[in-house]
Structure formats: structure tokens, C-alpha cells
Design a protein around this ligand. Structure first.
Ligand SMILES: [Zn+2]
Length: 433
């Protein structure tokens, strides 16, 4: 007796061989995938979902965001980076970031992520206990980090305090099924070598991911050169914090030599093309990194610089951006880009044993895409259709750890009217700041 059986679906398992089942089924029990295949019609299950030939993919993994920043979506856009941060974002964050702000913002983000087929995300912000509470209610999964900086933050007066609080947070959630605590030193230009090294000691001692922004802008590269006489990736390597548990967001400006170093050290990348474009940070050398064997995944970044949490659209941007920039239509084919938001993303967060592909024994994190719509027909190639024709809003059903969190485009776990009402309330507060 299974808990749920999905049948009559076009299943893209996204395993290493890109195995597909054109008229396939998936059986789920106790939150795990227990059978996947085709050619079976009769099932004993508590719930049977007929997929009507819709396309099924693994749950999408957003490897870099600041979920609570949904409350700052569109605020102060189109200004120079310095003006945007100093006159808009930082003053509001300084005044309002609290448990309540983060919980409300993350609730809104969780609704949007479920709606768009995201089942797990990597977060870096403050009050991560609020993010954890929100994720639990929404039934999602997350790798959660509190931003550690050398100056006072909403959560900690010093980086030492930030690191101690992270240790407590890791201890609190280390055995949780949905929350994967990790450590988040913000960036090489906001953290001293001492902070970066201490954070890595914690990552190793507690066996968690080390999430950091690296080489996002030219300004950062110049700043690191002035301070340490070298470029950001080499700087991290020089101080001994470049290894396989590093998930580096952005990586827009690595040198050729640094790309080799990223591959050699097995560093993982969260590529954020839309944020990099909107903030005019530049274009990351993704095809080159992939060619050298670097694991590249994709993140939306926060909605203040994107401005949405649609990972399918983000992947579409990535696929087209690098073709155009390299004047080569064969770079980053759709199949490879879909892998970046599923299989490669699971590897990037060191959870490939549990997520990233539809295989027996893995978590039942499943996304059904409604391809029975005019803009998704005729269906020659499902990978192409998802990356170039679909949007997050074409996701029909989402299952996380075997639990249905969205069915027939209706989110089951987050109250849509409530998150909209609360977002409107925050708008008034922020405008009257
Ligand atoms: Zn970021």
C-alpha cells in the first residue's frame, strides 16, 4: 500500500543518464520515492493522481536567495547600486528587520516558491529561526544561514556573536528533516580573514555547508586587490577556506586561473543571472566554469534584485544569456540548464543523496508541469519546452517529502490572501519609514 501514486506522466528523472519514462509512474511511501518506472497500471495507494500526460521533474532547488526580501520587492529599483543600498535597502532593513519582518517576508516567499515549483532553497539573511518556522509551516525545505559580517547586524553585534549564534542554530536543527542549518559568512569584502577562517572551522566541525557571496562585482575585486594584493577566489584559497563545502553565490568575475582553482577545490557555484543583470554586476563565465568541471547551480537571489522567485524563468535567462554573450547557440542546452536547477543544485548543497533526481530511495520532491496548454504544445522536447516556453506559473502540482503542498495550481500550505494582505501592510510601514 503506497501513500501516493502519480501515473500517466512524462517523467524526466534527471538522473545521471537523463532516464525518461514517457508513460511513467512514481510511487511514494513515508516521504520517499519507492518505485519509478513505466508499464504498470494497477496500484494500491491512499491517493492516486492521474497526470494526464503532464511532465514530471524533480523538485527545483534555488541555491541562493534572501527570502524575506520579498517585502522589499521593487523598492528603489533602477538606481546605482550604492544609492539603492544606502538610500533604500539598508535604512529599511536597519529599522524593520526583526522576527516579524523575516517571518512575514518568508511566508510570502514560500508561497511564491511553491507556486513556481521550488521545493528547497538556500537562504542567507537574519532571524533564520523565523525562516525555519515559515518553512515548517509551508512544508518546504531549506539550507539556512545567518549572514555573518564584521559590522553589527540585526542578529549580532560582532562576527564572533554571529558565529556563536550559528552554532546554536546548527545544534537546534541538525537532525531536522526539512531544515539544513549551515554557516553564512557574507563575503570576502565584509568579513576579515579571521572571520572567514573561524566560519570554516565551524563548517568542518559541524559538517555543514559554507555559503558566501564571491566575486560579485568589479568593485569587490578591486577592493580585495587593494586590501590583500590578490583576487577574491585566490584570497579565499590563500587563507585556506576554499574547499568542497563552499557554495559561492554569483562568481561573476573569476580569472582563468581562479576557474581552475574552483574546479580543483570542487567549489560549488550559485549562478544568479537576473540579479547580475539588474544590478549591472556583469555576466558570469558559466560555460567556461562548466567546461572545467565546476558544479554550477542557479539561484534567484533576493527579490529586491531580481524581482521574482521563478527559477524556471531564471534558468531560461541563463540559457539565453550565455548563448548571446558567447555568440554560440550550442552553449548551455536546455537539458543541461534543467540539471542546474535539479541534480547539480542538489550536489551544490551536498544533498544529492536525498534530492535532485527522481530515483528510488530519494525524498519524494516532485513537480508536475501542466503542458496541456496552448503555449506548451506541440511538445517535441520536454527539456526545451520547460526552459524556453514554460514559466513557474505552469507548475500544477508540487510534492515535498511526500506531502502535497500544491495541487491543481492551488497552494495547500500557505494562505494566499493572508500573505498578500500582510505584504500590503508592510508597504505602508516602509513608505512611512
Ligand atoms: Zn545574495
Amino acid at each position: 500500500m503506497f501513500d501516493i501514486v502519480l501515473k500517466n506522466g512524462y517523467i524526466l528523472t534527471m538522473d545521471e543518464n537523463f532516464t525518461e519514462y514517457k508513460n511513467g509512474y512514481i510511487a511514494i511511501k513515508d516521504g520517499k520515492i519507492v518505485e519509478v518506472g513505466e508499464g504498470k497500471e494497477e496500484f494500491q495507494a491512499k491517493e492516486i493522481i492521474d497526470l494526464n500526460s503532464n511532465v514530471v521533474i524533480p523538485g527545483l532547488i534555488n541555491t541562493h536567495t534572501h527570502a524575506a526580501m520579498t517585502l522589499l520587492r521593487g523598492y528603489g529599483s533602477d538606481n546605482p547600486l550604492k544609492v539603492w543600498l544606502e538610500q533604500y535597502i539598508w535604512p529599511v532593513e536597519g529599522k524593520y528587520v526583526s522576527y516579524e519582518f523575516v517571518k512575514d517576508g518568508t511566508d510570502l516567499a514560500c508561497y511564491e516558491m511553491i507556486r513556481n515549483g521550488i521545493t528547497c532553497f538556500v537562504d542567507m539573511y537574519f532571524y533564520e529561526n523565523a525562516v525555519a518556522d515559515s518553512i515548517k509551516e509551508a512544508g518546504l525545505k531549506g539550507v539556512l544561514t545567518t549572514g555573518i559580517l564584521d559590522f553589527p547586524t540585526p542578529g549580532a553585534k560582532t562576527p564572533e556573536e554571529g558565529i556563536e549564534k550559528t552554532k546554536d542554530f546548527i545544534n537546534q536543527y541538525k537532525n531536522d528533516n526539512n531544515i539544513f542549518p549551515a554557516i553564512g559568512p557574507h563575503a570576502p569584502y565584509t568579513c576579515s580573514p579571521k572571520t572567514l577562517i573561524k566560519a570554516m572551522e565551524v563548517a568542518i566541525d559541524y559538517n555543514v555547508l559554507y555559503h558566501i557571496h564571491v566575486a560579485e562585482t568589479i568593485t569587490e575585486v578591486e577592493d580585495i586587490k587593494n586590501r590583500y594584493g590578490t583576487t577574491p577566489v585566490k584570497h579565499l584559497n590563500n587563507i585556506g577556506v576554499l574547499n568542497e563545502r563552499v557554495l559561492a553565490a554569483h562568481m561573476v568575475h573569476p580569472t582563468e586561473e581562479e576557474i581552475e582553482l574552483l574546479a580543483e577545490k570542487n567549489v560549488k557555484i550559485a549562478h544568479c543571472p537576473e540579479s547580475n543583470l539588474k544590478l549591472a554586476s556583469g555576466i558570469a563565465p558559466v560555460p567556461k566554469m562548466v567546461e572545467k568541471g565546476v558544479t554550477v547551480s542557479i539561484g534567484t537571489d533576493g527579490t529586491a534584485s531580481n524581482d521574482d522567485l521563478d527559477l524556471i524563468a531564471e534558468a531560461s535567462t541563463a540559457a539565453k544569456l550565455h548563448k548571446g554573450y558567447n555568440l554560440n547557440p550550442t552553449v548551455l542546452p536546455a537539458k543541461q540548464v534543467l540539471a542546474m536547477i535539479t541534480r547539480q543544485a542538489a550536489k551544490a548543497i551536498l544533498k544529492y543523496d536525498r534530492m535532485g533526481s527522481i530515483e528510488v530511495g530519494k525524498d519524494a520532491d516532485i513537480v508536475v508541469i501542466d503542458v496541456n496548454q496552448p503555449h506548451l504544445q506541440p511538445l517535441f522536447d520536454p527539456y526545451t519546452q520547460i526552459i524556453y516556453s514554460a514559466k513557474g506559473s505552469d507548475v500544477d502540482t508540487v510534492i515535498v517529502n511526500g506531502k502535497v503542498v500544491m495541487k491543481n495550481k492551488v497552494v495547500q500550505t500557505v494562505d494566499k490572501d493572508k500573505v498578500i494582505y500582510i505584504a500590503k501592510k508592510w508597504r505602508e510601514k516602509i513608505l512611512n519609514a
